[in-house]
Design a protein around this ligand. Structure first.
Ligand code: TIU
Length: 220
């Protein structure tokens, strides 16, 4: 392992410091009847990245590098759901309401699960987060510190909401962040393109971006 071909310049991968962070690949964002659909979004766009996310997960597992999953979800009693979040977006179903896949974005419900194709395996950390960013009100920062992880490769959804929020939180905490372009998606193609452009602008001001093939080639 060494440099990974990336934009705006090569990403200096360090094997003992690198981990894959898979953000919120949950049924609620991908399948009809979930939270993403309740906000009026075309969720079919998201399903198309599943094979690339899967390739990336399998590559990290084969290279014996950590894979950490996150889930956006709330406690059944909604004690970690600020009214400002519940009231937002004028959705047909609000967080905590009963939908076709159980209660929307609630821990333990069917719709809140990670897609079965991308399910965590034994030993992989799963971070349940009430916010868009993975550091807020979670053990994520402590887990990274305990494992000596300082470089984060990001996959998951949505690019400009939970992925970008977490990348920005990580960047400010001193982590080097690399976004896998084909393994992330937005409900809005123009937002994905803008997020990728702004992350790597100004000399990687928030981080790097790279193609999945180049990341997989770089981690062997
Ligand atoms: N709505 C949207 O684009 N995203 C979210 O609400 N959460 C995540 O990005 N996971």
């Amino acid at each position: 392992m060494g440099d990974i071909k990336a934009e705006p310049f090569a990403f200096p991968a360090i094997p003992e410091a690198l981990a894959l962070i898979v953000i919120d690949m949950q049924r609620d964002f991908v399948e009809p009847g979930g939270f993403g659909a309740s906000l009026g979004n075309d969720v079919s766009r998201i399903m198309k990245i599943v094979p690339d996310v899967k390739r990336l997960i399998e590559g990290f597992r084969s290279a014996n590098l950590p894979v950490i999953h996150t889930m956006e979800c709330h406690k059944p009693d909604l004690s970690d759901l600020p009214p400002a979040k519940r009231d937002r977006g004028n959705p047909s179903l609000r967080i905590g309401d009963e939908g076709p896949m159980g209660r929307i974005l609630i821990s333990g419900e069917r719709g809140t699960e990670i897609l079965s194709e991308l399910a965590p395996i034994d030993g992989e950390v799963v971070i349940e987060k009430p916010g868009k960013g993975a550091f807020y009100a979670t053990e994520f920062g402590e887990v990274l510190k305990a494992k000596g992880i300082r470089q984060l490769v990001f996959a998951g959804v949505t690019t400009e909401v939970c992925v970008q929020t977490t990348m920005r939180e990580a960047n400010d905490r001193g982590y080097e962040c690399l976004l896998a372009e084909e393994a992330t998606e937005s409900y809005f193609p123009e937002f994905k393109a803008a997020a990728i452009a702004m992350i790597r602008a100004q000399g990687a001001i928030v981080g790097w971006t790279a193609h999945v093939d180049d990341i997989l080639e770089g981690i062997v």
